[in-house]
Write a protein that binds this ligand. Structure first.
Ligand SMILES: [Zn+2]
Length: 261
């Protein structure tokens, strides 16, 4: 029963701790070349995002990076400051809060719910690592907004064939203070093909964590990307269709984004 509860609890949040470890594994649905929880995709065109706290520069930094997803996903973000919600009627305020993504800059880890499951009045995303330096913040913001759109962790794509060096797994768990169960759930767990449609593994995905090479079979570090990979862009454009009529248009938009980085 305890385990079952843990699984349910883990479904809601994907924690992306400072440790850069893979996060909670669950019965995700994988498709295409990204790990995608398709059933939790947003059913609306514009996602309201409320800043529950934070300084202006932190909020601005989030806005600047989050909108990069909108270049490919046919989805828009409408940002609100909590202070402005105070001016709304009680019912309107409550409705907006329950249906919006709610960002707090406090918390122990950078994390977000996956997809549209943002109900309730508490923060659905915490971004303690965001300081207001757009360039430095970009990876965290893109990663967590990737979760918000419905993406999971690319390093949990079992089509990778297993990236971790078996002999180092115990050491890695110990280094990051994870007990055996958590380590098993967060690192070793892969989505089976019974549970998912899997395609190629994309090491460059912004949804992939950074790992020191000593933990990896290939022995080289994986540096978590700070830009949306082409595969990320392709997949999110398919999940939220409508930005492009042809793949050439997507490729062109992708090159434009890179040149603006
Ligand atoms: Zn994550």
């Amino acid at each position: 029963m305890k385990k079952l509860f843990w699984i349910f609890a883990s479904l809601l949040f994907v924690s992306c701790a400072k440790t850069n470890l893979p996060s909670v594994q669950n019965n995700s649905f994988l498709i295409g070349e990204a790990v995608v929880y398709a059933k939790h995709k947003w059913k609306i065109k514009t996602i309201d995002v409320v800043f529950m706290d934070g300084k202006d520069e932190q909020r601005q930094s989030v806005k600047e990076s989050a909108v990069l997803w909108s270049k490919f996903a046919n989805i828009d973000f409408k940002f609100h400051d909590y202070e402005d919600l105070e001016k709304l009627e009680v019912l309107k305020k409550s409705h907006l809060l329950k249906s919006s993504a709610k960002v707090s800059f406090f918390g122990n880890a950078n994390q977000s719910v996956i997809g549209q499951r943002v109900g309730g009045l508490r923060a659905s995303m915490t971004l303690p690592a965001v300081t207001g330096d757009v360039r430095a913040d970009r990876r965290v913001v893109l990663h967590e907004f990737g979760h918000l759109l419905g993406l999971g962790h690319e390093h949990q794509n079992s089509r990778s064939g297993g990236i971790f060096e078996p002999k180092m797994i115990k050491q890695m768990c110990s280094d990051f203070h994870l007990d055996e169960d958590d380590c098993s759930q967060q690192i070793l767990g892969e989505v089976s093909q019974y549970e998912a449609t899997l395609s190629d593994y994309d090491e460059k995905s912004v949804m992939h964590y950074s790992f020191h090479g000593k933990y990896l079979k290939k022995g080289e570090d994986i540096e978590g990307s700070s830009v949306i990979s082409y595969v990320d862009a392709l997949y999110i454009s398919m999940l939220y269709r409508g930005r492009f009529k042809t793949k050439t248009e997507l490729e062109s938009a992708y090159q434009d984004m890179l040149s603006e980085m």
